[in-house]
Each structure stands twice: as C-alpha cells, then as structure tokens.
Ligand binder design. Sequence first.
Ligand code: F6R
Length: 253
Amino acid sequence: MDIIICKDEQEVGKAAAALIAPFATKGGTLGLATGSSPLSTYQELIRMYEAGEVSFKNCKAFLLDEYVGLTRDNENSYFKTIRKEFTDHIDIVDEEVYSPDGANPDPYAAAEEYEAKLAAESVDVQILGIGGNGHIAFNEPTSSLSGLTKVQALHPKTVEDNARFFNTIEEVPTHALTQGLGTLSRAQNIVLVATGEGKADAIRGTVEGPVTASCPGSILQMHNNATIIIDEAAASKLENADHYRLMEQLKLR
Ligand code: F6R
C-alpha cells in the first residue's frame, strides 16, 4: 500500500484526483463511492474537467452500493446522489453510470444481477471512503474478505452516521446492496480517501492492523495497487506515519 498523508481535505482531494484523472482520459472504467469522503476529490475532478484537463466522455462508472428500498428518484438514493455531486457536472454519458437496483422487491436478485454485471467488467480505478468502524463500501465488520455483491444489514453506528442526510433516523434504510470485498478487490487500482479524527481508528486498523474481517478496510493490505490518501487527523493514530512520509519522498515514480 502507498500511504499519502496530506495537510487537509482539499489536498486529499487534489492528490486523489491526480491519480484518477489519467484513467478517465483513457476512457477507463471508474468505481465510484458516495458519502462525504470523496467530495473534495469529485470537486477537484469537476474543476479539472471545466479547465479542459480531463474528459470522462468514454468512461463507464459503477457505484459501490445503494440503499435497499429507495427508488432512483429518491433524493437520498446513491443513484441520485452521485449525479448531484459528481456525474451531472462532467461529460460522462449518464446511461453509463451504473448502480445496484435498490428498488427491486427482491434485493437478493438485485445483488446477483449487479455482481453479474460487474463480473463482465474490469474497473480501472476504484474510489473508496471508509466508515468509522472500518467498513468499505457497506461491508460491515465480519463481512467475508472474499465476498461478492450482497444484501448487508447496516450497523446501528452506520445508520446513525448516515442519519445526517435524512429528516429522521427512522427514515434511514436498515439494509444496503453492496459490492463485496472480493468484488471491489478486483479493481486494478484502489484509492481510499479519509479525513478527520473520526476515521483515525479505522485507518490504523486498515494500514497497521492484522488483515481481519473485523476491520474490512484491512483487506486492502492484500491488494497490489492500493493507495490510502488521508489528512493529518485521519493519520493521527498511525504508529509509523514518519516511515510512510519518507516512503512517499523516496518514490521514484
Ligand atoms: C458509500 C460507501 C461507504 C462510505 C463510508 C464513509 O458509497 O461505500 O463505505 O464511504 O460510510 O462515509 P463518509 O464518507 O460519509 O464518512
């Protein structure tokens, strides 16, 4: 893993966008996350697009996850969210932005359908955030490290964290459709972004902990091309931060 420690959220976004942009210009397949973490990355990619520095016109994009029970026109669906926050502001073809069907009355069938769709693709670069409990996509602790797209009951802490987007906590769906850890690990490259002290334990577990289903992010230790881009606060519990800083300085390319 490469660990890049930046001074703040804006720098995290710039560093992540710089890694992602070359894949976009080549017409690559992008894996997109929702939530707060990738917002500065998306803002920087939008800025680069507007400045003529990157184009997404030949790209496809696949979301990591979707809430079970939300239709695509629901403002809180990830289908809608990714459009509002990112893809409506760039030149990607809207029909090429895919996500699991949260409105399918049979969520297990929707999971299988999405896994089959992804199995026929090769994601060039996957953007990830991470939950305070170490979840990536919606793979909560104890998720199979090689699991496929599935229906996941959300941890009460995840429901609480995501309640900020809804009017009341009761409105937050209790389940999500999510790419499994095995599914998302097939991406050629992974860029995980995290900011703030609330992510420091999850980052410590991901980077320095054992590889364990108790901290799903730790599966990235098994990935050949994973980059963890974090701010000082998210890095604050890393024991070997100085080593990671040195490794970045010594990198030849
Ligand atoms: C969202 C997703 C989640 C979030 C995680 C962090 O598509 O897959 O794993 O990345 O819950 O959320 P934020 O970034 O809002 O703190």
